[in-house]
Ligand binder design. Structure first.
Ligand SMILES: Cc1ncc(COP(=O)(O)O)c(C=O)c1O
Length: 427
């Protein structure tokens, strides 16, 4: 039982008065702080500024493989860029398709292609089928869910466990229901809980026996090199596991340098089997003559190889780790004894996930907003924006300065206390 739950109504009322007083004082400061979106800070972006100098007007922009990066051609990407992403994604260069600047864009396009043209293994395009479902491990990434919503795909919530999505449920849906066409996965340092799928979970994914031939796993490994400790989480390679059992057509991987180099001006890639690649090429060839190979070349010349990316990510870690520590330490100091909330202490990724007492998250987010602290909307981490227990809040510590973050986290803790006491008094 939490300390608040052990209080009498009178004691709670007194606590409420004190908390309201403290809240009004904070509100009077007129702050404007944002902990809502996982954006890198300006200092993080500065780390990649050297990339703007690696291509000079006097340099040859013909690559080692003999391709002029300035011209049309090489739809699937520069061989050097495919090599770099192959290392990053743990697959073969000819399984990599380098696209534009955003992996989310590629995910949207992949679903859109499924709707219009279908996938190898299917009988007709998804859009011509009666019912469509996607499995949505939750808490999860709101923009994945938004893609399903925009295409009218029914979302089935799959609870997350410390090992990844509940695989008993995943297997039972995928293996028995041919209207289940996909599942969203952020397998390493998941958004927002920072969970890395266990070996067992990855193997169970590879061994799925989908009822639908056109079922695809959307493997969004956005945080594959985004470690916050010197003991990175280990993720088994899904493509390797799939190849062992011949199920590699089932997986489509996504990656980008959005949180490695520049957000919105990085390079994104799809990783998939050669069968999927051939289908992809046929459609993309009608869409575009070639993607931005100058940006691909900039990335190749700046990072050189996976070791170059890893060394660069160490610099990100040095900037991010103190921010994460500040939030978790403040949460612990302010809320630890009260036992009215739980939060994650992630080993990587971009978020801290906070669970309040049931029924308090919406109130916490709105109290914070009124006091000048913007958080992601309560419910956003669940399909249709509805958290059935109204308790999950996603905290993004990367963007604010340390000073702003301290102020914002203090207010957040105060709002958690206030919303909890209000709730207990209501009951
Ligand atoms: C899990 C996940 N995937 C994808 C993205 C977006 O990546 P991109 O900028 O490559 O579209 C984000 C951004 O927050 C994310 O958290």
């Amino acid at each position: 039982m939490s300390r608040y739950q052990a209080m009498s109504k009178d004691e709670l009322s007194q606590e409420l008065t004190a908390l309201r007083q403290a809240y009004h004082e904070k509100k009077a400061l007129g702050l404007s702080l944002d902990m809502s979106r996982g954006k890198p800070s300006a200092e993080q972006l500065d780390l990649s500024m050297g990339m703007l100098d690696v291509l000079k007007s006097t340099d040859s922009l013909v690559t080692k493989s003999g391709i002029d990066a300035r011209n049309y051609g090489q739809l699937e990407g520069l061989p050097e860029a495919r090599q770099l992403f192959a290392e990053l994604m743990g697959i073969e260069p000819d399984e990599v398709f380098i696209c534009g600047n955003s992996s989310l864009n590629m995910m949207y396009d992949t679903v859109s292609r499924g709707m219009v043209f279908g996938f190898p293994g299917g009988t007709k395009p998804w859009g011509k089928q009666q019912k469509l479902k996607f499995l949505c491990p939750a808490p999860g990434y709101d923009r994945h869910f938004a893609i399903c919503e925009v295409f009218g795909i029914q979302m089935i919530t799959i609870p997350m466990t410390p090992e990844g999505p509940d695989m008993n449920l995943v297997e039972s849906w995928v293996n028995n229901d041919d209207t289940v066409k996909g599942i969203w996965c952020v397998p390493q340092y998941s958004n927002p809980e920072g969970i890395t799928y266990s070996d067992e979970t990855v193997r169970r994914f590879a061994n799925l026996k989908p009822a639908a031939g056109d079922f695809r796993i959307f493997w969004d490994n956005a945080y594959c090199v985004h470690h916050l400790t010197d003991q990175p989480a280990h993720l088994l390679n899904l493509m390797d596991e799939c190849k062992k059992v011949g199920s590699e057509d089932m997986v489509i991987m996504f990656s980008s340098t959005s949180k490695i180099s520049f957000s919105g001006a990085g390079v994104a890639a799809i990783g998939c089997s050669r069968t999927n690649m051939a289908a992809l090429e046929r459609v993309i060839a009608m869409q575009v003559i070639s993607f931005d190979k100058m940006n691909q070349l900039r990335h190749v010349r700046f990072f050189k190889n996976l070791d170059g990316i890893k060394a660069h990510m160490e610099k990100h870690r040095a900037l991010l780790k103190p921010r994460f520590d500040m939030v978790t330490t403040t949460l612990w100091n302010e809320l630890g004894d009260l036992e009215i909330a739980n939060w994650t202490n992630p080993k990587g990724g971009y978020f801290i996930s906070l669970d309040t007492m049931d029924g308090c998250a919406t109130r916490v987010v709105s109290l914070c907003r009124e006091a000048g602290v913007k958080l992601t909307d309560a419910g956003a981490t669940f399909p249709y924006g509805k958290d059935p227990r109204d308790r999950n809040i996603r905290i993004a510590p990367s963007y604010p300065t340390l000073d702003e973050l301290q102020k914002a986290t203090d207010i957040l803790c105060l709002c958690v206390k206030l919303a909890t006491v209000e709730k207990l008094l209501e009951e």
